[in-house]
Each structure stands twice: as C-alpha cells, then as structure tokens.
Design a protein around this ligand. Structure first.
Ligand SMILES: Nc1nc2c(ncn2[C@@H]2O[C@H](COP(=O)(O)OP(=O)(O)OP(=O)(O)O)[C@@H](O)[C@H]2O)c(=O)[nH]1
Ligand SMILES: [Mg+2]
Length: 467
C-alpha cells in the first residue's frame, strides 16, 4: 500500500509538496519523507492552451461511433381458456409485441453529437398474455442528430464478431431449442416425447425464418449511407425484432391444444459512424487571432467568444446574417488553422469538415501582422492539404484590423496585389475588402458582396463579383 498526498499550487514559481507514505513506513511515521519538487516552468496560459489542444473540456463532438440495436420481440404465450363447466378450453395465448426500432431524425435544435450514447438500444416488445392479449410493441428510440450529419454503416469490430461466433459455436442443441420455444409449465418433456406435432411446428417456423432471411438479404444488400440534411428527415437504423407466436398459431386439426409458443426474435444490430458536417452558406477560415469570431459577431446574431489569444474558438459557431429585405444567410466560424495543421499541429484540420459544404469561403486575414500575405499562403496550403481544389471555391478575402493604421495601410496595398494575382493565375475572381471587425467598419460592403455570391451560387450561376 502506498498513500500519496500531493498539494499542487496553481501559480508557477512555487513549490509543490508531496507526502509519500509507503506500507512499511506507515507504521513508523517518523520515517516519512517530505519531498519538495520545483514546479514545471510553463505558465498557466501555456497549460490552458495545452489542455485545449488535447481536446479536453470540450462538449462539442462532431464524430461518433455507435451501435444501434433494435429491441427484441416479446415472447408468445402458451395459455388456455378457463371457464366454469368448460373442462378443456381452447388455446388463447397472445403473440409477443414487436421490439422497438432505432430511428435517427435530423433536427435543427441539435448542434452537436455529444448527447448520443455509444449504445443506442430500443426497448423490447412486451410478452403475449392469456385471454388472447397480444404483447405491447416496444418503444422506438428516436435519436435526434444535427442537420448535416452523415450516417455511415461500418462492419462490426473484429472483437464483437469473434465473440458472437464463439457464443453460437458453444451453444448445444437443447439450448438453441430453449432459446426459440416457450413450453406450457411441466409439459416440455411430454411435448418433446410425443414429437410429431412439435416437429411439424418447428418445420413451419424454419420455413418462415428461411423466407425472412432471404428478404433481409435483399433489403440489406446496400449498407446505410445517408446525409441527414433535410429537417425532420428520418431513417430506421435498426429494426426491432418480431414478437413470438402464441400457442393458437400452432393449432391443427390433429393437435387442438398445442402446448408451445415461440420466443421473440432479436432486433437488428448495426455499427454506425456519425459525422457532422455543418451546413452554412459561408465558412470563415483564418489563422488564430485573425478576428474571425469578431467578424462573425459584427455581421450576425451570434456571440462567439472573442479574446486576444490563439484558439479561443474550439467549436464551429453558426451565425445568421439578416438583411433588411428578410433575406438570410448563415456563416460558420471555425477554430484557427496554423502552419502544419494537416500534420495535426495545433487543433489539426479535421474541423475543416464544417466549411467543406459552404458555398462561399471567407478568408479572414490579420492586416496588422508583419507579412499578412504569408498568412494567406499558409491558409491556402492548409486548405489544399485538407481537400484538393478547396481554394477554387468562390471566395472573398477580409483584410481585417484595417484600423491599426500604423501598418495596415501599407500592408493592404501589397496584400491586395498579391492575393488578386494569385487568384487571377488560377482563373478565379476574388474581392479583397479592408475591414475593421472590432469597430464595425466596412461591414456592410462585405456582407453585400457575400450575399451576392451566395445568391449566385444558390441560383447556380457562375459567380461574378459586383463590388
Ligand atoms: N484592432 C482590431 N482588433 C481586432 C479586430 N478584430 C479582432 N480584433 C481583436 O483580435 C483578437 C482576436 O479576435 P478573435 O475574433 O477572437 O480571433 P479569432 O480569429 O476568432 O481567433 P481564434 O478563435 O483563436 O481562432 C481580439 O482581441 C479582438 O478584439 C479589428 O478589426 N481591429
Ligand atoms: Mg474565434
């Protein structure tokens, strides 16, 4: 046994105090050692950045793997009608209820996949009861996913498959029978001994199962791959199992009182990957601290966090820009990209999936730095590394922090020349707009150009830039 007490001060430069008590030492406390360790040298800011970069404390999730499992059907019931003066009533066991299904629905109310558990299992169906009462259907599990979620079916993990194979190979014939059939109390041995009726019933069920398997093969040839981009769009990811038959199902002219019923079937199990690709008309891209969030809050109704340190924004944010004629467009703000993001430096570049579907890209560049054109080329390289041809998308360039007059004015001329030249060489047109997002200068011009581009994209026309 070893007990360790550690007091860690929050501020750098102080000493941390640990008290270690080993099993032997605990009986002789006078031997206890007091250890003084010096604190690591990095500051609280470095530590908090490191914490963020490791993705800790984040409640935004845009990729999850889940298992969708339909509910098992309820068991059929073996029962007989009982009434005074009716010595042997007819069979009246109800069928089991169907198991619930797992249904994914696209909802505009959700923004993240955070709430989705690994196992999405629907409820099982109720068992059939006497007096011909069928079991209740199991409740469906409705999982709301944000608009723009892509649901993809994947193969079962090797470990899960191996376990299933192991279980089925270990099962004896009796166990398999028990799993399928329900018998009237104390009648199992006589039913099995008499044989014939039970064998006929087994044949009947086997035939039905063969047909069901064939039908399932036809249906599940194509795996699920669906883009949930329409509000209230739904998909049944895992159907519930059907309920078992009650004993009246097995009545024949020879056997008027069958003392067996079937159990419910297992629901379907599917392994799925859910990936959220936000849908917005325009996507903001830029280096950290360029002023993307400030720009978003200046043009839209969104209030993202703004602060003078890198990686303030950790999740995509969507803002809606309202125009006086009630036209609306949506703009997505994402975390900042840095050089080498495609090699997983900084926050990596996986969050670019949230601007992948934007019709227009808005580059936000900080004009107040020494050489803003370098930032621009870094950005273009990272976008191309994520998806080839992404920079060919209709774009506008926001030259932000134009209010920092000491450098911005000189920088802007050269910056504009370089950017226009670069887009011209690709045969594309672009607008470079000097803006001060913080003081809301030239914002209307930027939003008007943005709107024109989005409208042209929506109408399918080749975008030209009306400045
Ligand atoms: N002077 C000036 N400062 C600005 C302007 N726009 C943004 N800032 C400042 O720049 C800093 C960073 O702004 P953010 O909007 O958080 O930058 P960001 O690009 O969203 O940064 P990340 O989320 O970290 O990627 C803040 O201190 C803002 O006040 C501007 O037009 N002029
Ligand atoms: Mg930000």
């Amino acid at each position: 046994m070893s007990i360790m007490l550690r007091l860690q001060p929050r501020h750098s430069g102080q000493l941390s105090l640990s008290l270690k008590v080993s099993q032997r030492q605990s009986r002789h406390f006078h031997q206890t050692k007091w250890q003084f360790e010096s604190e690591p040298t990095h500051t609280a800011r470095d530590r908090s950045l490191d914490y963020k970069l490791r993705g800790k404390g984040r409640n935004f999730v845009d990729f999850v793997r889940v298992v969708a499992r339909g509910g098992t059907g309820g068991d059929g019931c073996v029962s007989f009608h009982r009434e005074k003066y009716v010595a042997k009533g007819p069979p009246n066991g109800g069928n089991g209820g169907r198991g619930g299904s797992v249904i994914f629905t696209a909802s505009a109310d959700e923004t993240t996949l955070n709430h989705i558990p690994y196992l999405c299992a629907a409820k099982r169906g109720g068992p059939g009861l006497g007096a011909s009462r069928h079991g209740l259907s199991g409740q469906d599990l409705i999982v709301k996913v944000p608009l723009g979620t892509i649901i993809r079916e994947v193969d079962a993990p090797a470990s899960a498959q191996a376990r299933l194979d192991e279980l089925s190979s270990e099962e004896t014939k009796e166990e398999k029978l028990k799993k399928k059939w329900v018998h009237y109390p104390r009648s199992e041995q006589t039913t099995l001994a008499k044989g014939d009726f039970f064998r006929d019933a087994q044949k009947l069920i086997e035939e039905e199962e063969r047909y069901a398997r064939w039908k399932e093969r036809q249906e599940s040839e194509s795996q699920i791959y669906i883009d949930m981009d329409v509000p209230d769009q739904s998909i049944v990811a895992a159907k519930g199992g059907v309920g078992g038959y009650g004993n009246p199902h097995f009545v024949t002219t020879e056997n008027r009182s069958p003392k067996f019923a079937t159990r419910g079937y297992d629901g379907k199990t599917r392994y799925l990957e859910l990936e959220l690709k936000t849908i917005a008309d325009a996507g903001l891209v830029g280096l950290p601290n360029a002023g993307k969030s400030t720009f978003l809050s200046a043009v839209s109704n969104a209030h993202p966090k703004i602060a003078p340190y890198p990686f303030t924004t950790l999740n995509p944010y969507i803002g809606t820009v309202d125009f006086v004629d009630s036209f609306q467009l949506t703009v997505a703000d994402i975390p900042g990209l840095i050089k080498g993001a495609h090699k997983n430096i900084g926050l990596g570049h996986a969050f670019l999936r949230h601007i992948e579907r934007s019709k227009v890209l808005v580059y936000v560049i900080d004009l107040s730095v020494k050489e803003p054109w370098n930032d621009f080329s870094t950005l273009c390289n990272e976008l191309e590394a994520y998806s080839k041809g992404l920079t060919k998308r209709p774009s506008i360039v926001i030259a932000n922090k134009a209010d920092v007059t000491a450098v911005a004015k000189d920088n802007f001329k050269k910056f504009e020349q370089i950017v226009l030249g670069e887009f011209e060489s690709k045969g594309e047109k672009v607008a470079v707009i000097p803006v001060s997002a913080k003081y809301k200068k030239n914002i209307v011009k930027a939003t008007t150009i943005l709107r024109n581009m989005v409208e042209q994209e929506q109408s399918g026309a080749k975008p030209g830039i009306a400045i």
